[in-house]
Design a protein around this ligand. Structure first.
Ligand code: GCU
Ligand code: CA
Length: 138
C-alpha cells in the first residue's frame, strides 16, 4: 500500500496557504499555492530501497483550465509542465499518477508551477515504492 504524504505537512513557496474552504480533502487541509511561476509544494518521502516508485498527486482545479507544473525528484525535473487539467470544481479532486525513479532513503518530490496561475490546489502525494518498497508492510 502507498504511504500518504499530506501536502500541508510539506514545504511550500512563500504566499502559499493551507486552506480548508473546499470540501473532500484529506488530512487537515490542502495547499493553495500563490499564483506565480515557480510556486511550489514539496514533500519528502522515504523509500526503503532504490527503484521505481508510483506516485499519485491528488489535486483540484476549479478554474476550467490546465494548471501545468514541473514535477521534480531531488531537484531533477522528471515530468515537465505536467498537465493538471480542470476538475469539475474546487471540491472535486483527481489523481495524477506517474512512475519516478528514487534512491534509497529520503527523496524530495516537488511540484512547481510553470505559469503565473500557480499550482492547482494540492491535497497529498501517495507514494508507493513498487520495486524499491516503501516503509509500510505489504
Ligand atoms: C480560488 C480558490 C482557491 C484557489 C484559487 C486559485 O480562490 O478558492 O482554492 O487556489 O482560486 O485560482 O488558485
Ligand atoms: Ca491558488
Amino acid at each position: 500500500a502507498p504511504t500518504r504524504y499530506e501536502a500541508e505537512n510539506g514545504t511550500r513557496s512563500t504566499g502559499s496557504t493551507v486552506d480548508t474552504n473546499h470540501k473532500n480533502y484529506s488530512g487537515s487541509g490542502f495547499v493553495n499555492s500563490n499564483n506565480a511561476v515557480g510556486a511550489y509544494v514539496e514533500v519528502t518521502v522515504n523509500a526503503a530501497a532504490a527503484g521505481n516508485a508510483a506516485i499519485a498527486i491528488r489535486y483540484a482545479n476549479g478554474t476550467g483550465a490546465n494548471r501545468p507544473a514541473d514535477v521534480s525528484v531531488n531537484g531533477t525535473v522528471v515530468s515537465a509542465a505536467r498537465a493538471f487539467d480542470a476538475t469539475a470544481n474546487w471540491d472535486t479532486w483527481a489523481d495524477s499518477t506517474l512512475t519516478v525513479a528514487v534512491k534509497a532513503g529520503s527523496n524530495r518530490i516537488r511540484l512547481a508551477s510553470t505559469t503565473a496561475d500557480g499550482l492547482a490546489n494540492i491535497d497529498y502525494i501517495d507514494f508507493d515504492g513498487a520495486s524499491g518498497g516503501d516503509t509500510q508492510a505489504p
